[in-house]
Design a protein around this ligand. Structure first.
Ligand SMILES: *Cc1c(COP(=O)(O)O)cnc(C)c1O
Length: 375
C-alpha cells in the first residue's frame, strides 16, 4: 500500500536528541529550542518565533493576544481546519465563516467586505496547500478596517507571495510541525510575531501566564503570575528533532517540488480528457508544496476514484468538511453563511500521496494507475 503520508527522517534526529539528553536540559527553551527559534527568525525574517506544543496552541495564543470581548467576531475560512476556528471561539470570538476562491481554495478576498462590521477584530487565513492568499488586497482591507491578520501558515512554511515569505504578512502567524506537515517533530508548532508590540505578552501567555522569560533574561528580579496563559512551550527533545529537520529545509522543499511537478506533468493530459482540475499556483506565488490535489467532476466521481485507487494499493484522501455546516458550526449559527464554493470543493477534492521520501517508483505507480482510470 502506498500511504497518503509517511513520517520522514532526515537522518540525524536521534543524534541531536541524544545531544539534548547529554546536555541535561530537556524542558522548554533549552539550547535546541533557542537555536530553532533563531533559525526560523533568520530564515523567514520574522521579529520573533516562539516554539509551541502545536499549531493549535499557537492559534490559541493568537486568540488570547487579541483580548477578545463578548460579541467580537473573527473571520475564518469555512474550508479550514477545525482549530483554525476553534482556537478563536474558545477564547471568546464568534466565528464568521468566509467562502473560498475556486482557483486556489484560499479565502475569497472579494467576498470579505459584507462580513466585516464594527465587531470584527481579525481575519484568519490559511495558505491552502502552500499557495499564498491574495495578500495585497487582504492587507489593504485590514488596514482600512483596523483588523488583525493572522496567518494559519501550517501549509505555507517557506512558500512566498510576491517574493516575501508566507507567515511574514500578518501581525501574527502560526506553524505546525505535526507529522503530516513538510517539516515535523511529531507534534509541535510555532507562533511567528511580526508586530513587535505582541512579543512581551506572547512570552507571558506561553509561560503559564508568568513573566518567567523576562526573569531569565534578568529584566525582572522575580517571576510571578501576570496574565492569562497556559503551558505552550515545546520540550527540547522535540526541538532537537525539529532542528535536525529545519537545517535540511532546502533538501526537503526541493524534494516536495519534484513530487508536485511529477504529478502535474504526468496527470495534465489525463485531467484535461477527464474533466478533472489540477491545483493552481498563482503567477505571483512560490508554493510551499504542501499537497497535491485533484478536483473531480462530482462527489460521486470522487468516491469511485478513491475506491479505485484503494483497490490498486494507493491511499488518496479527501480534506476539510465545511466548518459552517459542522455540528459545532451550526450551533454557532454557521448555516446563515453562504459558502457554496467551500461546499463544492469539499465534495470534489482528493489529495494524492505526498511525503518527503516517496520514491520515484511509488510516484510512477500512482500516476500510472490514475492514467488508466476513466472518470
Ligand atoms: C495541521 C493544521 C493545523 C493544526 O496543527 P497542529 O500542530 O496539529 O495543532 C492547523 N491549521 C492547519 C491549516 C493545519 O493544516
Amino acid at each position: 500500500m502506498i500511504p497518503f503520508n509517511r513520517p520522514c527522517w532526515v537522518g540525524n534526529e536521534a543524534e541531536l536528541i541524544a545531544e539534548a539528553f547529554a546536555g541535561q536540559s530537556i524542558a522548554g527553551d533549552g539550547p535546541f529550542g533557542k537555536k530553532t527559534q533563531a533559525l526560523l527568525e533568520k530564515q523567514l525574517g520574522v521579529k520573533k518565533a516562539l516554539l509551541t506544543t502545536s499549531c493549535t496552541h499557537a492559534l490559541e495564543m493568537a486568540a488570547i493576544l487579541l483580548n477578545l470581548q463578548p460579541g467580537d467576531e473573527v473571520i475564518v475560512p469555512s474550508y479550514g481546519f477545525v482549530t483554525t476556528a476553534l482556537a478563536f471561539f474558545m477564547h471568546g470570538a464568534k466565528p464568521v465563516f468566509a467562502d473560498i476562491r475556486p482557483d486556489t481554495l484560499n479565502i475569497d478576498e472579494t467576498k470579505l467586505a459584507p462580513l466585516i462590521n464594527n465587531r470584527t477584530r481579525a481575519i484568519v487565513l490559511i495558505h491552502y496547500a502552500g499557495v499564498g492568499c491574495e495578500m495585497d488586497t487582504i492587507m489593504e482591507m485590514a488596514e482600512r478596517h483596523n483588523l488583525v491578520i493572522i496567518e494559519d501558515n501550517a501549509h505555507g512554511l517557506y512558500g512566498k507571495y510576491k517574493g516575501k515569505y508566507l507567515g511574514t504578512f500578518g501581525a501574527l502567524a502560526t506553524q505546525s510541525f505535526h507529522e503530516t506537515k513538510n517539516i515535523t517533530c511529531g507534534e509541535g508548532g510555532a507562533l511567528l510575531i511580526n508586530d513587535p508590540s505582541y512579543i512581551e505578552r506572547a512570552e507571558i501567555i506561553r509561560e503559564k501566564g508568568t513573566n518567567r522569560s523576562l526573569f531569565f533574561r534578568g529584566e525582572v528580579d522575580k517571576y510571578t503570575w501576570i496574565d492569562k496563559g497556559s503551558s505552550y512551550v515545546m520540550s527540547d527533545i522535540l526541538a532537537a528533532f525539529l532542528y535536525a529537520q529545519m537545517t535540511q529545509k532546502d533538501e526537503i522543499q526541493s524534494k516536495r517540488k519534484m513530487i508536485w511537478e511529477h504529478y502535474d506533468q504526468y496527470l495534465k493530459d489525463w485531467a484535461t480528457k477527464n474533466d478533472v482540475h489540477l491545483p493552481t499556483i498563482a503567477e505571483c506565488c512560490e508554493s510551499a508544496y504542501h499537497a497535491f490535489y485533484l478536483l473531480m467532476p462530482s462527489l460521486n466521481a470522487r468516491t469511485h476514484f478513491i475506491n479505485y485507487l484503494k483497490e490498486n494499493g494507493i491511499n488518496a484522501v479527501f480534506h476539510y468538511l465545511p466548518l459552517h455546516k459542522s455540528e459545532m458550526g451550526c450551533k454557532l449559527g454557521g448555516e446563515q453563511y453562504h459558502c457554496p464554493v467551500t461546499e463544492d470543493m469539499s465534495d470534489r477534492l482528493v489529495r494524492l500521496p505526498f511525503f518527503n521520501d516517496i520514491s520515484k517508483k511509488e510516484l510512477t505507480a500512482v500516476t500510472e494507475a490514475i492514467q488508466k482510470y476513466i472518470v
